[in-house]
Design a protein around this ligand. Structure first.
Ligand SMILES: CC(=O)SCCNC(=O)CCNC(=O)[C@H](O)C(C)(C)COP(=O)(O)OP(=O)(O)OC[C@H]1O[C@@H](n2cnc3c(N)ncnc32)[C@H](O)[C@@H]1OP(=O)(O)O
Ligand SMILES: CC(C)C(=O)C(=O)O
Length: 616
């Protein structure tokens, strides 16, 4: 990594001439205790092809949740959990599934027997079982798969990296090779004549193994097992503990891909872990480097920080227009099953599946999403396509939540970081109400005050309550001004206004109802200049980003009006559009009346009206 030179001073002290953009100083971390991967294992690659490659097809996926994922759980899966997870994997379309470590526990052994004795594994699903290179354990593993009708892979592993050789196994390279070959011969002895069985070998900790040694051992295994096009051998190269940037792993895989013997008879597989948080990147670059098969766990369970997350890998492909070959169309059901099996909850920010990953709280994101949805619907209509078949370009949403079986309910949520676009979106999605732009701006100010004061999120129904309180309901109970009579005959509109306890009736000729009412209000001293009038309706909303077709809904009239130099909004709600409109004007008159009173003038509203009348 290129970096600016470190400033060699005690933490926190910076020489005066240091430019302001380079003020970092040495930390107290004992980083000198660790070694760079390149000084531990050298990859003899001078030319690499992977940086120029693209992912255009899904690799072969192999979920190892029932084995590697399972061995990382505080409470390993019981038979019912194993079965439920296995059945989910089958339903999602996985064709090769590592089902366990049969020599490790009776539960694992019995699960393989369940597969042998029932039809829970369809014919086209290959069953993988895992074993170390130990004769007794290999024998037990082979016993477990006897009678399984499906194709079976016996997966044998041994660690090959120097620290594991020296510290764990106590073998030099030659002795370790002999241990592995001996295990390989045992596999052949016990299972070589089983026609449905193929073999897999993993040099565990491949990524810290000298490449020449990994190559030597892998070639020895494909020779021993006689890898052929008819019976290919899987060579699985794990990043057992992730220790380097993903480009290093890609170089290691490309080196093997280019130098392995019998390459056509080898299925080159990878098995990244996620210790540095880059397991997904490692797997993706490894595929560019020649890997054909990926082992991982759904949503990234597994030892320590987990195995590579197959769901993320698959959905990354989907998001690039490549069929992932696995069905995630009901991701929440998958998630529930995985959480049940592992007894571990999935983080709300987990890619694609977390509760919050399709949610925007921030104003500019919400604005962009709202515009994006509108553009999406308009384009779908213009192209004559279904919305769900139209190319996806909505900003900030890498994929359409509907592809994963999710609704749009959670796409926009409102808090103090939100803006008018998000607020309007939520009100529209929840109640079918479309607010004009200037009202959105006005309403957003009220919401901002509320969210700043409470510090919490507001739901669609709270938004509606605030909307009603601000624009429709007259606070303090009975309104000062009411429309008690309205009649139109022969182009004459007769109106009766009750102002406190007195009634004022007036007739208006040759004008529409709105004009008639504004004239009547002017006669009692309230002059309103209506600047804009919008009709919308209130319904249940669709929860979807497109305006809902509302039946049996209330009419809502929104007016923008001016009195003197002040511009405000008011709204009226009724079953009838006309009444809603007149109510919006009455609401405006009442609001305006209130607003003209100063605190020491609050005595009697009528006084104010009378004073106004006296001035006429
Ligand atoms: C990276 C991975 O995921 S590897 C898979 C790890 N998964 C598991 O370990 C879960 C299941 N494991 C188990 O149930 C047990 O560890 C068993 C049944 C495999 C072995 O149990 P035990 O016989 O009690 O041995 P234990 O686990 O204490 O130690 C492992 C022994 O196997 C040796 N060993 C470790 N890996 C291998 C291997 N791949 N091939 C051959 N021998 C191995 C070790 O050197 C050690 O030998 P030692 O006892 O002579 O020092
Ligand atoms: C040995 C293999 C496949 C493994 O589980 C690992 O290296 O993590």
């Amino acid at each position: 990594m290129t970096a600016f030179p470190s400033i060699n001073t005690p933490a926190g002290r910076v020489p005066a001439d240091t430019p302001s953009w380079n003020r970092q100083t040495h930390s107290q971390m004992p980083s000198h205790r660790y070694r760079d991967v390149h000084s531990r294992v050298e990859v003899p690659l001078t030319e690499r092809d992977w940086p120029c490659k693209r992912m255009t097809a899904a690799p072969l996926w192999v979920p190892v949740d029932l084995r590697d994922g399972n061995q990382a759980l505080a409470e390993p899966m019981d038979p019912a959990r194993k079965r439920r997870l296995f059945e989910l994997m089958v339903a999602m379309g996985y064709k090769e599934i590592e089902v366990g470590y049969p020599s490790a526990s009776q539960t694992d052994y019995d699960f393989v027997r369940l597969i042998a004795d029932t039809d829970i594994a369809p014919d086209d699903v290959t069953i993988v079982v895992f074993t170390p290179a130990r004769r007794d354990l290999i024998e037990r593993t082979v016993e477990s798969v006897r009678g399984v009708r499906n194709d079976v892979v016996i997966h044998m592993y041994t660690a090959t990296a120097p620290t594991w050789r020296d510290v764990v196994l106590g073998h030099d390279r030659a002795a370790l090779t002999e241990l592995i070959m001996s295990g390989g011969r045992d596999v052949l002895e016990f299972a070589g004549d089983l026609a449905n069985v193929r073999f897999e070998f993993s040099p565990e900790v491949f990524n810290l193994t000298e490449p020449d040694f990994a190559l030597e051992v892998c070639d020895a295994m494909t020779k021993l097992w006689d890898a052929s096009l008819q019976r290919p051998v899987i060579l699985n190269l794990p990043a057992t503990v992730e220790i380097a940037t993903p480009n290093v792993y890609a170089d290691q895989i490309e080196y093997m891909h280019k130098n392995l013997d019998r390459r056509d008879a080898v299925i080159l597989s990878v098995h990244p872990h996620n210790d540095r948080g880059t397991g997904v990147a490692c797997a993706e670059l490894a595929v560019l480097a020649g890997a054909q098969r990926v082992e991982g766990c759904m949503f990234g369970n597994g030892e320590r920080t987990g195995n590579v997350d197959i769901a993320t890998l698959a959905l990354n492909l989907h998001a690039q227009g490549v069929d992932p070959m696995i069905d995630f169309s009901d991701i929440d059901k998958i998630r529930r099953t995985v959480e049940h099996a592992n007894r571990i909850e999935i983080h709300p920010r987990h890619p694609y599946v977390g509760d919050l990953v399709h949610t925007a709280f921030s104003g500019t994101h919400q604005d962009a999403i709202k515009k994006g949805f509108a553009e999406h619907h308009a384009r779908a209509a213009a192209e004559g396509r279904r919305v769900s078949e139209t190319e996806w370009r909505v900003p900030y949403l890498p994929i359409d939540p509907a592809d994963l079986g999710r609704s749009y309910d959670a796409v926009i949520r409102v808090n103090s970081q939100s803006g008018k676009g998000g607020i309007a979106y939520l009100l529209e999605a929840g109640y079918g109400i479309e607010l004009p732009r200037r009202l959105q701006i006005d309403f957003a100010r009220h919401i901002q005050k509320h969210t700043d004061a409470t510090g919490s999120e507001v739901t669609a129904s709270q938004l509606w309550d605030i909307f009603e309180a601000e624009y429709i309901v007259t606070p303090g109970g009975k309104p000062a001004i009411e429309l008690t009579g309205f009649d139109t005959t022969n182009e004459t509109t007769t109106l009766t206004l009750r102002v406190d306890d007195s009634e004022h009736t007036s007739s208006h000729h040759g004008v529409g109802p709105v004009e008639a009412l504004t004239e009547a209000l002017a006669r009692i001293g309230i002059s309103l200049d209506v600047l804009a009038l919008h009709q919308t309706s209130i319904g249940s909303g669709s929860g979807a980003p497109e305006p809902s077709a509302l039946e049996d809904s209330d009419a809502l009239t929104l007016i923008e009006y001016r009195r003197g130099t002040v511009t405000r909004w008011a709204a009226g709600k009724s079953r009838s559009v006309l009444t809603a409109t007149l109510e919006s004007l009455i609401g405006a008159a009442n609001t305006d009346l209130r607003a003209t009173l100063t605190s020491d003038q609050t005595s009697v509203v009528t006084d104010c009206v009378s004073t106004d009348l006296a001035h006429r």
